[in-house]
Design a protein around this ligand. Structure first.
Ligand code: NAD
Length: 283
């Protein structure tokens, strides 16, 4: 039976480290501050916002909540971003996406200051992920995958890692981050020929396809560590990952659950970016 890599202990470790850094910042008169910008009343956005607010309150990170109506114009959203960009008391800005259809996502990303882009959506942040320059911040979910792997003692150097999915939010950045850790990385996507055979040969699988239970026994072999990023709803209406957990648990060495895996680490990573941004501003 596989060891289940729960997110909670990883998040607790990150939170503990953050508490120490926040105390240090406060001693310098700085209150690390996250500004969230939500347009409309999407339940997913509200749920993420609530989770972030709770985590911030527990850690002592300030939270400024900006909520605009669904009818807000692109200029109004950009104005809210610019206000937060120009406010030295704000260290991190999170814009909930997808935005309503009448707003151009690229224009929103371009408006955000990369130094405060704590969820890695700007070209500046992605540039940092790809070059390793340290500019901006990687997307929180991608970094949550790396935190789980590293903090549970998974060797990455020289290992074969297969990432299933090539989105800018998860697949591509997580592949670059694994590469930076000296893994040998293959990215599989919808046009890949025979993903199961490629995945079966991997030491590490990061499943981020957004397809319920797609990764079944055909993709898996013994000794593997599997990070399941997917958040899907199955035919019975239950939350599930991209990996068929029951089949995987009997084959692989270690696996993250859904829920309670990657998702449980994401808000802690978000807070760590806010704190890091405040530390960078202090320097
Ligand atoms: P996306 O739809 O933008 O990208 C999915 C990628 O998977 C695409 O690149 C596509 O080519 C690839 N793909 C789809 N089906 C495939 C298949 N059968 N074989 C190989 N590749 C395939 O999705 P995303 O935004 O990257 O999110 C992926 C999943 O992660 C979703 O389930 C999403 O809900 C979840 N997610 C989880 C968290 C978290 O905190 N755990 C955060 C964000 C997103």
């Amino acid at each position: 039976m596989a060891t289940v890599l729960k997110g909670a202990p990883v998040a607790a470790e990150i939170n503990q480290e953050l508490s120490e850094r926040i105390t240090m910042l406060r001693q310098h008169g700085i209150n690390p501050t996250l500004c969230t910008i939500r347009v409309g009343e999407s339940p997913d956005d509200i749920s993420y916002e609530t989770g972030a607010a709770k985590r911030a309150a527990k850690l002592g990170v300030e939270h400024v909540k900006v909520v605009l109506p669904d009818s807000a114009t692109q200029d109004e959203v950009i104005a809210a971003i610019c206000k937060a960009n120009n406010n030295p008391a704000v260290h991190g800005i999170l814009v909930f996406r997808p935005l309503p259809k009448h707003i151009d996502d690229a224009a929103i990303r371009a408006a955000l200051c990369p130094d405060k882009d704590v969820d890695g959506i700007t070209e500046g942040s992605l540039n940092g992920v790809f070059t390793g320059s340290g500019k901006g911040f990687p997307p929180c979910t991608a970094q949550a995958c790396i935190e789980i792997l590293e903090r549970t003692g998974t060797e990455l150097k020289g290992k074969n890692a297969v990432v299933i999915g090539r989105s800018l939010v998860i697949g591509k950045p997580v592949a670059m981050m694994l590469l930076q850790k000296n893994a040998t990385v293959t990215i599989c996507h919808t046009r890949t020929v025979d993903t199961p055979t490629i995945a079966k040969r991997a030491d590490i699988i990061v499943a981020a396809a957004g397809s319920a239970g797609m990764v079944n026994a055909n993709y898996l072999s013994s000794g593997q560590t599997v990070i399941d990023v997917g958040i899907n709803v199955n035919d019975e209406g239950k939350l599930c990952g991209d990996v068929k957990f029951d089949e995987a648990e009997a084959i692989v060495e270690r696996i993250t659950p859904v829920p309670g895996g990657v998702g449980a680490v994401t808000t802690s990573v978000l807070m760590s970016h806010v704190v890091e941004s405040a530390v960078r501003a202090l320097k």
